[in-house]
Design a protein around this ligand. Structure first.
Ligand code: GTR
Length: 329
């Protein structure tokens, strides 16, 4: 009799367990889709994979970040809208692209803002960077953290040696009001276009030039259709990974913290790959016959002076952050 009761009890619990689907083996992982514009082997995409690896490892496989590289989920602007709505879980993008939604980011991408990469990293990894990441929540995003993207430079179909050579040229910019204003300040015609359309726009003459860092100049093959590159280093625009607040609100506080920490811990790895690859990319485009113009300190000053109207147009809230950034030693 006793035996029968024991079997019955065990059987009962087994059925309850099956019915509730709580057996560990049966718990489905949380899958988060991350949209990435760059190809699979690009140093930024490798940073995404490192983030995904850390998330998987630290959650014991409970959370899986799937990286959709090479624009599989669309161009940056469209993807960001989807993230805001909760249709895509997260994306790694340039802060320029997000600045069309989170205008406070302008304070972090103004021309000639940072003295060098170290200065930028002190800002981003310090309280000022922390504060702007938090501000993303007001726009239905969660700012997870930053990646390195070096400095941006102009490249054109016709030779450009000085700032005045850019006058009247049609220059592709990212789809961000600040980038339009920056190129206009140089007397050029700003043409905002998605990243994936730039090659054909250069080829067909829709634009005369564009601007980006060494790795993107190489990976997109823009150098084939715009071989004059001027090292004016007008901006340092960091990359950001933003998640959908709607999606992350469904996770526990601990899991959200795990994502943020994994992103932070992927950063040094991505930065290291970036610094190495910048050199590789620069050499590759030089070897392929691009005409590279280095800028003298005096000419660089002219670029800086030309950008002054961009600063003059900034609202006081942005300038308050800019002044804080400048004060970081
Ligand atoms: C790259 C950046 C991309 C994209 C691109 C562009 O440097 O990594 O995310 O924003 O620039 O110019 O559109």
């Amino acid at each position: 009799m006793r035996k029968r009761v024991a079997w019955f009890t065990m059987g009962f619990f087994f059925v309850v367990l099956l019915g509730s689907g709580v057996s560990m083996a049966q718990t489905k992982p949380i899958v988060l889709k991350l949209a990435e514009t760059h190809p699979q082997d690009y140093p930024i995409t490798k940073g995404d994979y490192e983030f995904a690896r850390l998330v998987k490892e630290r959650s014991n496989g409970r959370i899986i970040v799937e990286v959709y590289h090479s624009k599989q989920l669309g161009e940056e602007r469209a993807v960001i809208e989807q993230v805001q709505l909760g249709a895509i879980d997260m994306t790694r993008v340039s802060i320029s692209a997000v600045s069309a939604f989170v205008r406070e980011l302008d304070a972090f991408q103004l021309p000639y803002l940072y003295r060098n990469a170290d200065h930028m990293w002190k800002v981003l990894n310090g309280p000022i960077g922390e504060e702007i990441l938090k501000k993303h929540e007001a726009y239905n995003f969660v700012g997870l953290g930053w990646f390195e993207a070096g400095s941006r430079n102009f490249y054109t179909k016709r030779p450009v040696k000085t700032v005045s050579d850019l006058k009247g040229m049609k220059i592709r910019v990212q789809q961000a009001p600040l980038m339009v204003a920056m190129v206009q300040a140089l007397g050029a015609v700003a043409t905002p276009l998605p990243f994936g359309e730039v090659y054909s726009a250069l080829q067909t003459g829709v634009v005369d030039g564009a601007e980006n860092n060494w790795p993107s100049y190489l990976s997109t093959s823009h150098y084939e259709v715009a071989k004059y590159f001027i090292v004016d280093e007008h901006t340092r625009v960091p990359e950001i990974t933003v998640a959908s607040k709607k999606v992350l609100d469904r996770l526990s506080k601990e899991d959200r913290a795990l994502l943020v920490q994994a992103m932070r811990d992927a950063q040094p790895y991505q930065c290291k790959l970036w610094v190495e690859y910048e050199k590789v990319a620069e050499k590759a485009v030089r070897d392929r016959g691009c005409v590279i113009t280095e800028v003298s300190p005096a000419e660089k000053q002219k670029f800086m002076d030309a950008m002054k109207p961009v600063y003059d147009k900034q609202p006081p809230e942005i300038m308050a952050v800019v002044n804080k950034i400048r004060a970081v030693k």
